[in-house]
Write a protein that binds this ligand. Structure first.
Ligand code: AN0
Ligand code: CP
Length: 315
């Protein structure tokens, strides 16, 4: 594997999830693969889980890891071509990415959307420029429109904890006070539409995701109906795709509660984290028996390790 940006970079998602679960059983079995190989992790936005789990995954494989918080510690990056750089940007992405590629064997990049210009975000301009100019394999640490390491960890978690062959999985929108990217729900939807699950998306009117990611999902505005008989509930806020990046008024009653869980099949509740308590998800759920959010975050290590292993094998 030379690139990991979406589900389309994976030939067999179930095999990759199975590989992650094998690595969970035997984390240090492939230390020789990463010997004298370096992973560079470049962050243009904050992170806790992605940074630590990907670093841990690389260490388990015997790799060296270097982290650059480019947004805080790097030079201000210019992204446009053909401009006179007489403003605040100091270094062009052409040189920055190419130079990073000289120091490392694999690069991870996190680059959130601006949520202002939909075409720019959905064309993945920043991420694709990194890929184009760095000259080494690239793994997405969440781009403008997708978070594939998260989605793989979510598939791993569902595969690990399911008690029937084809569970019902529901992605349900949750309230938030800030406009958040569509990357996590887009990506989760894209992976679930290819997984062996019965997949439903529930959201208030106006929060339709791009149909490029939801082909094959059942989509409803009725949360209670969606939750009926659910085995896994994936909670996530996202801002509107149209009008792009906006929060629509109302919908506070979409926060999941124990009362709402009664119609489910004793569902396990997932969230990628970070989560705002009692806004996106209630204390009673996060602190109760149905929440698997910390277990899910733990599985980020094995998802990242499976991806890095396949990349190391193709170097
Ligand atoms: C980000 C998002 O929703 O995409 C990162 C989630 C992993 N969340 C926030 O910005 C709160
Ligand atoms: N879920 C996730 O990607 O968390 P971080 O933003 O903390 O990396």
């Amino acid at each position: 594997m030379k690139l990991f940006t979406s589900v389309y970079d994976v030939t067999d998602i179930n095999a990759l999830a199975a590989e992650a679960l094998q690595l969970k059983q035997n984390p240090y079995s492939h230390q020789h693969l990463g010997k004298n190989k370096t992973l560079g992790l470049v962050f243009l936005n904050p992170s806790l889980r992605t940074r630590m789990s990907t670093q841990k995954a690389a260490l388990n494989l015997g790799m060296n890891v270097m982290v650059l918080n480019m947004d805080k510690e790097g030079w201000a990056l210019e992204l446009q071509d053909g401009v006179v750089m007489n403003g605040s940007t100091v270094e062009h992405i052409r040189e920055a990415a190419a130079v990073l590629g000289q120091y490392v064997d694999i690069i991870g990049v996190r680059s959130f959307p601006g949520l202002k210009n939909r075409d720019e975000d959905y064309n993945e301009e920043i991420f694709n420029k990194f890929v184009k100019y760095c000259g080494v394999p690239v793994v997405s640490l969440e781009s403008a429109t997708r978070h594939p390491l998260q989605s793989l960890a979510d598939l791993v978690t569902i595969t690990e904890l399911k008690i029937k062959p084809r569970p019902k999985v529901v992605l349900t929108w949750a309230p938030h006070i800030k406009p958040l990217p569509q990357a996590v729900p887009n990506s989760f939807a894209e992976w679930m539409c290819k997984a062996d699950v019965d997949f439903t998306i529930a959201h208030p009117k106006g929060y339709e995701l791009s149909t490029d990611f939801t082909n094959g999902a059942t989509i409803t505005h009725n949360q209670d109906e969606a939750l009926a008989d659910a085995d896994f509930i994936y909670v996530k806020n996202w801002s509107a795709f149209e009008p792009y990046g906006k929060i629509l008024p109302g919908n506070e009653d979409w926060m999941l509660t124990n009362e709402k869980l009664k119609v489910t099949n004793d569902a396990k509740v997932m969230h990628c984290l970070p989560v705002r308590r009692n806004l996106e998800l209630s204390d009673e759920i996060l602190d109760g028996a149905s929440s698997i959010v910390v277990h899910e975050a733990g599985n980020r290590v094995w998802a990242a390790q499976a991806v890095l292993k396949q990349m190391l094998e193709s170097l």
